[in-house]
Design a protein. Structure first.
Length: 446
């Protein structure tokens, strides 16, 4: 019995001590201060990668701003408490739920391509324009190899026209040109632009590109009217002098030098710088964007003498820069039959009609007109043909650094039709441009 009481007393003492109460038989004591034990560290988790954005490089003179202490990371890397660390850049256009921002250049395929556009005109046996052709009717060959068409369109292009007016013609021909210039603006649309050049013994630029329907162009055309020159008289022969009989001087008083058989005169040399004028106009059209049609429109009799630019150099420049030349032949070249005979060139003489060769090589046309009304109608006729051209395009596989001439042939799979297109082109390094994968196939693919 006594042992049971001792066991009960010991159990009670242990319980009271665990509760922090003074044990029986002890006085009241102040509980001891307990030491603060830190909690266990929180488990580390991976950061959200979709919130990480690249840091933009600081501009010159810029210093990264210091963020507040609230935005500072929990682990300050041993920095002194209270020191503000630079805050990480806050994503602006990207939220956490949208995921990582797409990288634009990662999915782009950049290749260097040479896209060739060929405008051409189709006429029937009566010299009328033919409409309604499709890409199935067209074949394009480069150096005898058929090309795969990537573009076929009949949409009209806005025109960048460099007008060249010949002022070296005779008085009567110049008067016909002056009377017809008033109708020139009616052949263009408000989307076209026109620059004006004149030439006689040299080339003069009258104006840069200006709107075709602007009053300024009308003033420039009035200022471009010339006077012309006197026609050459017959020099030599039995009818040139009245004091010559049987090629001998019958009146010695008319002989300027004693013993001379006849009176001789020095014929003034004519200068018709046609090649230089077309080259200056072509350089003006090269500044036009690719979305516009580059046209050099010449009003001349086709005579060429005194230019620094040869015909071969001129045609090469036109074919390299894809410039078309159209012409209205006036004067003797506009007379039916006579203009055809002038195409025969004798060596060491002036070329009487060079324009048909230049226009044929660039895909243009010549329209011979002799009457003033015919010259006015020629303006509308030529611009109509330019606006109703077909345009095909393809990607050439030849190197753009190969400077050899590439011959182009456009065929139409219909009988009895005539195709008017450039003879070819000279490639240039400027034709090779970087293109994205989306640009490899044009929207107007057949």
């Amino acid at each position: 019995m006594l042992a049971r009481h001792k066991f009960w007393a010991a159990t009670l003492a242990i319980t009271v001590g665990a509760m922090g109460l003074p044990a029986m038989g002890q006085g009241t004591q102040t509980p001891a201060l307990q030491q603060n034990v830190p909690d266990a560290p929180a488990p580390q988790t991976l950061p959200k990668l979709n919130t990480i954005t690249p840091v933009e490089p600081a501009g010159p003179g810029e210093v990264p701003a210091s963020g507040s202490q609230d935005n500072a990371p929990t682990d300050n890397g041993g920095a002194t408490p209270g020191t503000a660390l630079p805050s990480s850049p806050t994503p602006t256009a990207q939220t956490e739920d949208e995921g990582p921002a797409p990288v634009g250049h990662a999915s782009d395929i950049v290749v260097f391509t040479s896209f060739v556009q060929i405008p051409f005109t189709v006429k029937d046996a009566k010299n009328h324009l033919v409409a309604g052709l499709t890409w199935r009717d067209t074949r394009v060959y480069e150096n005898g190899v058929r090309q795969q068409l990537r573009l076929f369109t009949t949409d009209p292009f806005p025109l960048s026209v460099a007008l060249v007016i010949d002022q070296s013609v005779t008085f009567d021909t110049m008067q016909k040109i002056n009377d017809s210039l008033g109708a020139l603006q009616g052949a263009f649309t408000p989307y076209d632009e026109v620059s004006v050049f004149t030439y006689n013994n040299g080339v003069t630029k009258q104006t840069d590109f200006t709107a075709a329907q602007s009053p300024r162009l009308g003033v420039i055309l009035d200022r471009s009217k010339g006077e012309g020159r006197e026609p050459l008289e017959i020099q030599g022969g039995p009818l040139s002098q009245t004091t010559i009989v049987n090629n001998r001087q019958v009146d010695p008083n008319t002989a300027p030098v004693h013993g001379q058989l006849g009176i001789t005169t020095t014929v003034p040399r004519e200068y018709h710088t046609l090649n230089d004028a077309i080259l200056a106009a072509a350089r003006e059209t090269v500044s036009a964007p690719r979305q516009r049609r580059r046209i050099v429109y010449v009003i001349s009799d086709g005579k060429e003498y005194g230019s620094k630019t040869s015909e071969k150099e001129l045609i090469k420049y036109l074919q390299t820069n894809k410039v078309e030349v159209y012409a209205t032949l006036v004067g003797d070249s506009g007379i039916p039959g006579l203009g055809f005979l002038d195409r025969v060139h004798l060596p060491l003489t002036m070329r009487d009609d060079e324009l048909p060769r230049v226009t044929a090589a660039t895909g243009g046309q010549c329209d011979p007109e002799f009457r003033p009304r015919g010259i006015e109608d020629s303006f509308a006729k030529i611009t109509e043909e330019v606006r109703n051209q077909y345009t095909v395009g393809y990607y050439t596989h030849a190197s753009p650094f190969d400077e050899r001439f590439r011959r182009i042939e456009v065929r139409v799979m219909r009988p009895g039709l005539t195709v008017i297109a450039p003879d070819g082109y000279y490639p240039s390094a400027s034709d090779s441009r970087p293109a994205k994968a989306a640009d490899v196939t044009p929207t107007a693919t057949p």
